[in-house]
Design a protein around this ligand. Structure first.
Ligand SMILES: *Cc1c(COP(=O)(O)O)cnc(C)c1O
Length: 370
């Protein structure tokens, strides 16, 4: 039996080569593994066009661990962080800041509204005590793309620090560290680079990391300590996710061989187009207008038909070989379909066919509100 295709935004479907890279054990002290870590970190900086003024600090754990570590390390006590909020990953940042006892100023937006650089500008003008802005690039809760370049310019003009959660965009959407000024940009192994989950990484502006001193509340989450130890020894401080890094090395090699970021974006955009046009031809509606949609994950309104039930829908689509993702909105009933992973638009078309068959079988006739 073939494994189901993951239409989820991480973990996602990985290639056979990436899976095969994990069929070996690595010693954490061994020079061969240290060289692997160093090569991966070099590439992770280069992918966003960073040079010597940026460093990569990897961290064990899921993506949220790296977000928390970046905030805990780079945002000092007494700092005040502006969080433009248009979805649940923005709200997660606010929760993290609460745990860290750092003041958060939430700038509420609608879930169908991109973060507004003009409102960020006004908030920074109004409150000189705001030291940082924490911005999610692609808000995976809906799939909306926030205008990172304009926001970065606004934040830089005010001389404040910028922390970017680029978890679901890094590697697929263009991010240029030469023109986008950030203190930290956070991503993970198991998203658009198509590695397996298990580690996050923070691309930090070297001076921002060096000057932050030791104020991390937590030893395990102290990125400065992790980086300094790695500089000294070439090793991770604590047991490294060896297989995850080996898989990431293989995934990055394929990424480069396939044409890097522009090629990845093209493939995901084709996946997204095939998905959206196919689902619309069935009668389903997207939550976002096309102009705001990032080609990473698409939110669809659940059919308003009484015969529709997400868990039954999910189960039957899974039987046909595709794993969908539940919605993450409070006000409206939705479900999500990821466009990322080692898959092409042929797979998206097969998934649409599976959805069509399942809806027919379930007797779901009314697919959208007028
Ligand atoms: C995936 C993701 C994260 C991290 O989630 P984990 O479940 O901790 O890996 C953070 N932010 C965004 C925008 C994401 O898409």
């Amino acid at each position: 039996m073939t494994e189901p295709i993951l239409l989820t935004p991480g973990p996602l479907t990985t290639s056979a080569e990436t899976k095969a890279a994990m069929l070996k054990d690595w010693g954490s002290w061994d020079g061969e593994f240290n060289a692997l870590t160093a090569s991966v970190c070099r590439d992770l900086v280069t992918i966003v066009h960073g040079r010597d003024d940026h460093v990569c600090v990897p961290l064990q754990g899921s993506g949220t661990f790296a977000v928390e570590a970046a905030l805990g390390t780079l945002v000092p006590k007494g700092a005040k962080v502006l969080v433009p909020d248009n979805g649940s990953y923005c709200k997660r940042i606010v929760r993290i800041l609460g745990y860290l006892a750092r003041e958060a100023i939430v700038l509420p937006h609608g879930e169908q509204e991109p973060a507004d650089p003009a409102r960020i500008d006004a908030a920074l003008t109004a409150d000189a005590a705001i030291t940082h802005v924490a911005q999610v690039h692609c808000e995976t809760a809906t799939g909306i793309l926030n205008p990172l370049a304009q926001i970065a310019t606004t934040v830089a003009n005010h001389g404040r620090g910028l922390i970017v959660d680029a978890m679901s965009s890094y590697g697929a959407l263009p991010i240029d560290a030469r023109t986008i000024r950030f203190d930290a940009l956070i991503a993970a192994t198991g998203k658009c680079l198509e590695g397996v989950p298990g580690a996050g990484f923070v691309i930090a502006r070297r001076v921002a990391l060096e000057r932050c001193g030791s104020h991390s509340y937590s030893l395990a989450m102290d990125l400065l300590d992790q980086w300094q130890y790695m500089q000294k020894t070439g090793q991770w401080r604590f047991t490294p996710p060896t297989h995850v890094i080996a898989a990431l090395r293989a995934a990055i090699d394929q990424y480069h061989a396939q044409g890097g970021q522009p090629a990845r974006l093209l493939r995901y955009a084709a996946n997204c187009d095939a998905l959206v046009s196919g689902m619309r031809s069935l009668g389903l509606k997207t939550f976002l207008p096309d102009a705001l949609q990032a080609p990473i994950i698409v939110t669809f309104y659940a059919p308003p038909d009484p015969a529709y039930d997400f868990s039954e829908f999910y189960r039957r689509v899974r039987e046909r070989g595709f794993i969908l993702y539940p919605g993450k909105l409070t006000a409206v009933d939705t479900f999500r379909v990821g466009c990322i992973g080692a898959i092409g638009s042929d797979v998206m078309r097969q998934a649409v066919r599976a959805v069509a068959e399942v809806l027919r079988e379930m007797g779901v006739r009314r697919l959208a509100h007028e």
